[in-house]
Design a protein around this ligand. Structure first.
Ligand SMILES: *Cc1c(COP(=O)(O)O)cnc(C)c1O
Length: 340
């Protein structure tokens, strides 16, 4: 193996072209076998379904180098099944789950020189996605699609330690009841851009979205689920049909219960009770957990006892345990780690 000459610890989170990507096309009612290609461009008809009506869904996962030098991916079966759920909701033909995992492995294998070495904090990010390719002008689903997976190395999410962030209660809604909040679709991100640009301009790192119907319950941020820790050490995560089911969050809840012996609870969480929690974190593939130090509700501040300098103690244990599982220093539950 001949690693690329990249300054792994300083690459940040932006697209870097790698050698190979996987492409499969859907036509006449079936997915073809797919190929690995060097072609990083997509040429589409000007009226392609994805361009007109945003018919596209995606996934995100990472390949890691473990402490003993293996290259692994984390729970790709859950990405495969979530992509099926997302596709069905947008009338996109699902990509078969077994073929998804094979394609992910093939892309990692073909770009092994871009998997950052152990200890750099960097990873190889994988982006599977499906989009409607044929011309669609009347509002209806496309009948031809492309499934692609590209890989791009990304740097450590936290440079120089995980500093707690400050978030605001958004005045915008992310997801309607019975809408598309529970699927991983570009459309959910398009509508979040104005909200996040607004939050950043006001000096906040992220938005906390509330349930659109009553605006009293915690949902999630634009791209991460919430975890809270009560003062007596219970781990709580909001329950709602319009939250995206984060694989990181589901894994952390399992780790809390089965590795750390903590009580866990998935239930509706009211904004009113957030001030009573001891710790708060955001979970997703990108950062695993970003600690939240402060939540601002129209000038009213909720400051967690864990403060603005460090992760809270429970958040930190959760973070270190899951990272240890991913990097092979802590034994993983059956089936969580897939070796390339
Ligand atoms: C992808 C995503 C997450 C995080 O999910 P992971 O599977 O943990 O990466 C959370 N919320 C939203 C809206 C997302 O799109």
């Amino acid at each position: 193996m001949d690693k690329k000459n990249i300054d792994w610890s300083n690459i940040g989170f932006s697209y870097i072209k790698t050698d190979k990507r996987f492409v499969s096309n859907y036509k006449d009612g079936k997915w073809d076998d797919g190929v690995l290609t060097e072609d990083d461009t997509v040429v589409l008809n000007e009226c392609a379904g994805v361009l007109q009506y945003a018919q596209t869904v995606f996934e995100g996962l990472k390949a890691y180098t473990t402490a003993d030098g293996r290259v692994v991916i984390f729970r790709p079966d859950l990405n495969a099944s979530r992509l099926v759920d997302s596709a069905k909701r947008l009338e996109i033909p699902p990509y078969p789950e077994d073929k998804f995992i094979e394609a992910v492995k093939a892309v990692v294998n073909a770009n092994k020189d871009y998997v950052p070495p152990y200890g750099t904090g960097a990873t190889l990010y994988l982006r599977p996605y499906i989009f409607g390719t044929n011309p669609v002008i009347g509002v209806k689903p496309a009948n031809e699609y492309q499934f692609r997976i590209f890989a791009t190395p990304v740097g450590p999410y936290f440079k120089g330690g995980a500093k707690p962030i400050t978030i605001k209660i958004s005045d915008f809604d992310r997801a309607a009841p019975h809408g598309t909040g529970h699927i991983k679709a570009g459309l959910n991100y398009a509508m979040s851009l104005h909200a996040i640009v607004t939050a950043h301009a006001e000096g906040f790192d992220e938005n906390m979205y509330l349930d659109a119907a009553t605006r009293t319950k915690v949902e999630e941020t634009g791209g991460a689920n919430f975890l809270f820790v009560t003062k007596d050490g219970k781990v709580v995560t909001p329950k709602s049909d319009s939250i995206l089911p984060s694989i990181t969050r589901r894994s952390l809840m399992y780790v809390a219960e089965h590795y750390l012996g903590l009580e866990v609870e998935q239930r509706e969480v009211y904004l009113d009770e957030v001030k009573d929690f001891a710790e708060c974190g955001l979970c997703g593939t990108a950062a695993v957990i970003s600690p939240v130090g402060k939540i601002v509700d129209h000038g009213k501040e909720i400051c967690f006892p864990s403060g603005m300098e460090e992760m809270g103690p429970v958040t930190k244990k959760l973070y270190e345990t899951l990272i240890g599982i991913q990097l092979g220093t802590i034994e993983a539950p059956e089936g969580w780690i897939v070796e390339i």
